[in-house]
Design a protein around this ligand. Structure first.
Ligand code: AR6
Length: 173
């Protein structure tokens, strides 16, 4: 059975009214393209200012900042792996992005979160593989943290929405 706390929606993560949205960042935490660019544009300059104080973040790890002009209270920044064919620990590093994010949610007592599809844009992680890893980690974290109330997966495009739909169906079958 799929966990009722998991929701898949199509849309723009910057519009999500949750405790924290997750940013598919890079290790510099100085902003970038894709969802990172969209989050920085919507949050305003305070976000980059705070990010500059953090001194970067290793791949698979995560850092938390305030949400500034976003409806979300916090942003959790996590750099995914650049896909290089699968032989350099990409699966474990992607899983680690989710694990690190849930650790921060737990530490800060946050109950609702929205994820983009980490790694599957500019970093080219294969979408079917990434969506299975994401759902496996989300379900594991939900089992361990009954206090998490809602996990929204925000698919920006049809391809991403379809891949997560398939992965959700695999899980519930
Ligand atoms: N809301 C939700 N999802 C979005 C949005 C949005 N507003 N905009 C894009 N996406 P990507 P990555 C989707 O490339 O592969 C940046 O330059 C997008 O369609 O944002 O982890 C960082 O600074 C895709 O499905 O992240 C890094 O350098 C998903 O978000 C690098 O890109 C992830 O695509 C990280 O690459």
């Amino acid at each position: 059975m799929s966990d009722r706390r998991i929701q898949l929606v199509k849309g723009d993560i910057t519009q999500q009214r949750v405790d924290a949205i997750v940013n598919a960042a890079n290790t510099s935490l100085r902003g970038g393209g894709g969802v990172d660019g969209a989050i920085h544009r919507a949050a305003g300059p305070g976000l980059l200012e705070e990010c500059r104080t953090l001194g970067g973040c290793p791949t698979g790890d995560a850092r938390i900042t305030k949400g500034y002009d976003l409806p979300a209270r916090y942003v959790i920044h996590t750099p995914g792996p650049v896909w290089q064919g699968g032989g350099v620990n990409e699966d474990a590093l992607l899983a680690s992005c989710y694990q690190s994010t849930f650790a921060l949610l737990h530490d800060h007592n946050l109950k609702t979160v929205a994820f983009p599809s980490i790694g599957t844009g500019i970093y080219r992680f294969p979408i079917d593989r990434a969506s299975r890893i994401a759902l496996r980690e989300i379900r594991r974290a939900l089992n361990e943290n009954p206090s998490i109330e809602r996990v929204v997966i925000v698919a920006f495009d049809e391809r991403t929405f379809d891949a997560y739909t398939r992965a959700l169906m695999e899980e519930s079958s």
